[in-house]
Structures are given as C-alpha cells and as structure tokens.
Design a protein around this ligand. Structure first.
Ligand code: ASP
Ligand code: MG
Length: 420
C-alpha cells in the first residue's frame, strides 16, 4: 500500500466534468488500496480573474486582503472534488490550508511554507478517507491571516504535503504528459524525458519551462521527494495505480541524478522571453561602483540575472550590462535614476526585446566543449550574443528576441535532442 499525493492543475479541474475525470483518477488509486491526499489548483482562469478584481478595487491593495481573495479559487475546487468523490461512493473531505495547518511566512502574495503538520491528515487517511487539500494557500501563524504562495504555488503545496505525509510519490497531473526537451510548440521534434534530475528540473523551471513552480522543485530536491509529471487527460482507467518501489515510467520522473542511466550531455533547451536588458554606459571603473548600482536594485527587491562588465580601455570608465524581469524594467530604471548621485553620471540604454536561451544538462560537468558548440551554432545562424552566464550544468545566452525560436530549434538539433 502506498501513500500517494496527487496534484491537479487548473486545466485538469476547469469544470465539473473535468473534476469528475480527476475523481476517477483518485478512485483508481483508492480502489488499489492506496492512501490518497489530493492537492488542487483553482479552475483555470479563476486566479487571473480574482487578481484582476483585486487590482481593479485598488492597484495599491493590502497584500493580506489580496491573499484573502485569491486563496478562494482553490477552496471552490477542493469542495467540489470532495462532493464528486462522495457521490462516487468514496469517503472524502476538503481541507483548507489553515485547517491542516500549512504554516507560511508573512510574505503575503509570495509566502513560503514554513511548516506542514501531517498529523490530522494522516489520521483521516488511515481511516480510509481521501483528503482534498487546497493548493496555493496556508496560514501565517502569528497574525493568523491567510497567505498565498505565488503563482503556480499549488505544485509547492503538493510537494510540502508529500514531505509531511512521507508519501511514496508526488504525482503532478497537468495538461501535458511530462517534461519535454524543449517547448513542443516551438520544436515539434521535442521529446518527452522519461526521467530528469532535480538539478536539471530546477534549471528548467527557473529558466522558463512553466511545468513546475521552481520552489516545488527546490523542496523536492531537499527532501528527495519522488515527483512524477503526468497528464490528467490520459483516461483514468488506462493508467495503473501506484505500486511502491515499482513506479511506472509514464510521464516524467524527477529524481536523483544517479538513477538516470543513459544520461545525455544536454537534456533540454529552455527559453525565457520575459527578460529585459539594461546597459549603463560610461560608469567610473573604480572599486564600489558595482555595489552602488546593484545595492539599490536589491533594496528595491529587483532580481538581477545576467551581468556583464567590460574592461575600461581608457582606464577610467566602463560599460555594464545586466538583465532584470521585463515587468521590473520601469521600476529598475527609476531606481537607477534615483541612485544617479551615488553611481556618478552615466547614460543608460534598455530593451525588453531580448530572450534568454539556455542549454541544460548535468552531463556538462564531465564534458568539455558544450559552450563552444553552442556559440558556434548560433554564429552559423548569424545570431549575436549579448550576454552569457553559466553554472555547472547550464549555459545561458541573451539574444535578440526575434531569433529566439531559431536559436531554440538550432540548439535542440545540434545537441541531438530531435526525435527521429
Ligand atoms: N491557482 C494558482 C495560480 O494560478 C496556483 C496554482 O494553480 O498553482 O497561480
Ligand atoms: Mg502550474
């Protein structure tokens, strides 16, 4: 008998008919004798609508009340799924974050889970009841206010619940049947990865693949939770129930690197179009300048990603290029303007027409030449590189947004990822 956490995203619970489909997936596991905790998202579109209402009410809203509003989407689906499960003859009840409780930090709107008490849920599972848990939300224990985890946060709820219940697997059901080598809408020859390591998944998630929330992968990696990404649109009776230690390899299993036998050097190509580039021209080339530029940005909570600093040919001034999220560009420019006194006089150029393309693979640790191959392939297509950043298992380049798709297709093919 396995303890299974099943998470269903917004498209999987988009209406009552789809909730019935989800209930059949749940029933399959219960009928096999597994103990099931389900984590649900809001119906697709609901959270966007709730956010829009809050912004309409007051663009400078109280973040605690934002959370009170947007947390409601998950409450609806949890209740509906419990009702549908009961109608199928299963024992089920809904749980909201505060009832468990799932405790969070006080960073309303993007809170972190600090603690999940698995006790109560566990007792109910032991009594043969399905626990249907609201994703995305919890309670901040000091002020006893609802808090939400940031967009896509139900994935993180699911992994946190899996940790608390010491679940055998955390199955994330979505509208695609796994994690792909790249976005199949851009590269039709993209392939489903049967397995991917936590590290690679973490890079994929933070570099623009929207399948899993980044924090959920961090958490899974920390606690070594086995995560599977599956499609809820595969008919429930066509899938076999979870068997401990014999996890069927459907979808994508996110797991330890050493469990992946035939590891490719490169496992995926990610791209993100939501970056913007800022270049500061002619800043003084002396100690402390970088701190005076990036300090105020950090204080304003603006995340800086890639940074390139040139040499100063005249020994006096240099150019500095870096990227921020495109949505943060106006704020970043304001912050820089306000810091002009400290930084010293400078010219600034900016553009949101850039894309970041990344090549990811744990195999890079032991293989030389991956970067050189990337740069050559891009050069052959006449694509100019504006900035580069690397980690042990990824290389990212910033390019003109117009070339994003060509770059992704080219790289996907030269690293041998195209399906036959
Ligand atoms: N409903 C929330 C959102 O759309 C959380 C989630 O679906 O993961 O961001
Ligand atoms: Mg999601």
């Amino acid at each position: 008998m396995a303890v299974v956490v099943m998470k269903f995203g917004g498209t999987s619970v988009a209406d009552v008919e789809r909730i019935r489909n989800v209930a059949r997936h749940v029933k399959r596991e219960v009928d096999a004798g597994n103990k099931v905790a389900v984590v649900v998202s809001a119906m697709s579109g609901t959270t966007n609508q709730l956010v829009a209402w809050v912004r309409d009410a007051n663009p400078l809203y109280d973040a605690r009340e934002y959370d009170a509003v947007v947390a409601s989407g998950e409450q609806i689906t949890a209740g509906l799924l419990a009702i549908v499960l009961q109608k199928m003859g299963l024992k089920a009840r809904s749980w909201q974050g505060w009832q468990i409780p799932i405790e969070t930090s006080d960073a309303h709107g993007s809170a972190r889970i600090t603690k999940v008490d698995g006790e109560a849920i566990r007792r109910h599972l032991d009594a043969g009841e399905v626990a249907v848990i609201t994703g995305f939300q919890g309670i901040e224990p000091k002020a006893q206010r609802l808090a939400t985890l940031g967009r896509g946060g139900s994935d993180t709820s699911a992994v946190a619940v899996a940790v608390a219940l010491r679940a055998d697997v955390c199955d994330i059901y979505t509208d695609v049947d796994g994690v792909y080598t790249t976005d199949p809408r851009i590269v039709p020859k993209a392939q489903r990865l049967p397995k991917i390591s936590y590290e690679e998944m973490l890079e994929m998630a933070s570099l623009g693949s929207k399948v899993l929330q980044t924090r959920s992968v961090e958490l899974a990696m920390l606690y070594r939770v086995r995560v599977r990404v599956l499609s809820s649109f595969v008919p429930p009776e066509k899938m076999s129930p979870v068997v401990v230690d014999r996890l069927e390899n459907i979808g994508t299993i996110v797991t330890d690197e050493d469990e992946i036998v035939e590891q490719q050097v490169v496992s995926g190509i990610a791209y993100a179009k939501d970056e913007a580039k800022i270049t500061i021209l002619k800043v003084a080339d002396k100690p402390g300048v970088a701190a005076r530029i990036f300090g105020p940005l950090a204080d304003a909570n603006i995340n800086v990603d890639m940074i390139v600093q040139n040499v100063a040919p005249d020994g006096k001034s240099t150019d500095m290029t870096f990227t921020v999220q495109a949505t943060e560009l106006p704020r970043a420019l304001e912050v820089l303007k306000a810091a002009e006194k400290d930084i010293g006089l400078f010219d600034v150029q900016s553009s949101a027409d850039v894309a970041k393309i990344s090549v990811i693979g744990v195999g890079m640790r032991s293989h030389a030449g991956v970067a050189a191959q990337m740069f050559k392939a891009l050069a052959d297509k006449g694509i100019n590189i504006l900035a580069i950043s690397t980690s042990e298992i990824k290389i990212s380049v910033l390019i003109d947004a117009a070339y994003a798709e060509l770059a992704v297709r080219t790289l996907h093919s030269i690293y041998g990822l195209d399906a036959a």
